[in-house]
Design a protein around this ligand. Structure first.
Ligand code: NAI
Length: 449
């Protein structure tokens, strides 16, 4: 493992010699991110983040590498750490350090302790802006602000305890704002706003239409299936796939699984979403009913223990279980281990067999995001829009910092639509423009009868 060298920024990555491969793959992704490229060209001229220190806690993938380069082009000093111990692409980390002088703290398969050492390194960078995927940086900053030491992970706590009160204050007050990538992070931030503990404005990138309508649906839909197939090589056609949660991610995954010939069952807790699933043509039932029927189970809920002991015990021999929600809490892993006969056996890369009551239950990627643990995450073409929102969200934050309150904001609608327009243009499609007559008609209440 490499550590700091004088010629390079501080970093902690697996192997710098992987940089060539990382560069090629990052360039490949970049060719599929035309909106981000347009933004990068403008940022190079206007330098909207000049002098700002941006600490990003995101999945270290080829698409994220293109985002980091864009932020640097905007004049920011950038640091990147992983937002999941299993999602880091080590070659990409090496490329960013060697070719762009960006400090990366991420090693694929890092232990929980190392994961939080890297979060600590990102905080020690003393960012002006933090960029999260799951609120790990913002969460830690707030635990420090609220002096909730017991809620901090060990490596962060040990470091913070060595700072004096003034240094801690400066650390927290130094952050002027943050952006958040995913549903789970936004839910946490809104809870912080509601409890009146949020210390700075946050841009909820996930809430942009050009983010969740596309990334969560088409990105998660395709890449989740990709992860399952790469890990197991099972035939999807004719199999029964149980989709827990029919939100944006669940809809996308259910749609793609059906497209490959699966019989899809949806489980939900929200009657509206369940009704939508029924009318979209899926069978809807409880997890208790689905457990003995399913061949493949995937959780996409953002909730806790959606698959648990009674479900594992009811599953067929050979059932495959995975999660594509943000945290690895959707599958009750403790119960899975407790009820299994002996320790799990790794039967393929990323697949572990648990023996339960004489049957085999197969867990992919230790219950972490299957699309990142067993595949490469979302395709670049869809991350193009998500990361355009990250860039323009950060620019909006800096431009409006004096008027923003300690709240969770959505990227302004005009920016959202502009991203959609640019994406559409890059795909060679155009939209019609309202005629004056149509504009008048739509704005009136007394015409058209
Ligand atoms: P969403 O809020 O649109 O959907 C979640 C759905 O799960 C809701 O319909 C909710 O009613 C349902 N649900 C909650 N508890 C349930 C339970 N016990 N059983 C069945 N259904 C339940 O959220 P979205 O955007 O679909 O995100 C879901 C998760 O996926 C989040 O953790 C999010 O952060 C994550 N995510 C993962 C991505 C990936 O790359 N794998 C990409 C984007 C989001």
């Amino acid at each position: 493992m490499n550590t700091t060298t004088s010629a390079r920024p501080a970093h902690d990555i697996h192997d710098i010699s992987l940089a060539d491969q990382g560069r090629l793959r990052t360039e490949w992704a970049g060719q599929r991110m035309p909106v981000l490229e347009r933004i990068r060209e403008r940022f190079e001229q206007e330098r909207p983040l000049e002098g700002k220190r941006v600490a990003a806690c995101l999945h270290v993938t080829t698409e994220t590498a293109n985002l980091m380069v864009t932020l640097k082009a905007a004049g920011a000093e950038v640091l990147l750490c992983a937002s999941n111990p299993l999602s880091t692409q080590d070659d990409v980390a090496a490329h960013l350090v060697r070719d762009h002088g960006i400090g990366v703290f991420a090693v694929r398969g890092e232990t929980d302790d190392v994961y939080y050492e890297h979060i600590r390194d990102a905080l020690a960078f003393r960012p002006d802006i933090s960029m999260d995927d799951g609120a790990d940086l913002v969460g830690s900053l707030h635990m420090i602000a609220l002096e909730r030491w017991d809620d901090l992970a060990g490596p962060v706590r040990d470091w913070v305890m060595e700072l004096d009160a003034d240094e801690r204050q400066t650390l927290v007050d130094g952050v002027v704002g943050s952006t958040e990538e995913t549903t789970t992070g936004v839910i946490r931030l809104k809870a912080m706003e509601k409890d009146d503990v949020l210390r700075f404005p946050v841009i909820a990138v996930n809430d942009s239409l050009t983010k969740h309508l596309f990334d969560n649906r088409y990105g998660t839909g395709q890449s989740t299936l990709d992860g399952i197939i790469r890990a197991t090589n099972v035939l999807i056609a004719g199999s029964t796939v149980v989709v827990a949660g029919y939100g944006w991610c669940g809809r996308g995954f259910a749609m793609r699984a059906r497209g490959m010939g699966a019989n899809v069952i949806v489980t939900e807790v929200d009657p509206l979403k369940a009704l939508e699933a029924v009318m979209d043509g899926y069978r809807v039932m409880t997890m208790e009913e689905a457990a003995p029927i399913g061949d493949i189970f995937c959780t996409l809920t953002g909730n806790l223990h959606v698959l648990r002991e009674e479900h594992f015990r009811a599953m067929k021999d050979g059932a495959i279980v995975c999660n594509s929600g943000h945290f690895n809490v959707e599958i009750d892993l403790e119960s899975l281990l407790r009820i299994s006969e002996g320790n799990p056996t790794e039967v393929r890369n990323s697949v572990e067999e648990y023996r339960i009551d004489g049957s085999g239950v197969y867990l992919i990627g230790q219950g972490r995001l299957v699309n990142l643990a067993a595949a490469e995450g979302h395709p670049a073409a869809v991350m193009d829009m998500s990361f355009a929102n990250q860039c323009l969200g950060a620019e909006f934050l800096v431009q409006n910092i004096s008027s923003l309150e300690r709240r969770v904001y959505t990227v302004p609608d005009a920016i959202d639509r502009e991203i959609a327009r640019l994406k559409l243009e890059s795909m060679g499609s155009n939209v019609d423009i309202l005629t004056e007559e149509q504009e008048r008609y739509l704005a009136s209440w007394d015409q058209g009868t």
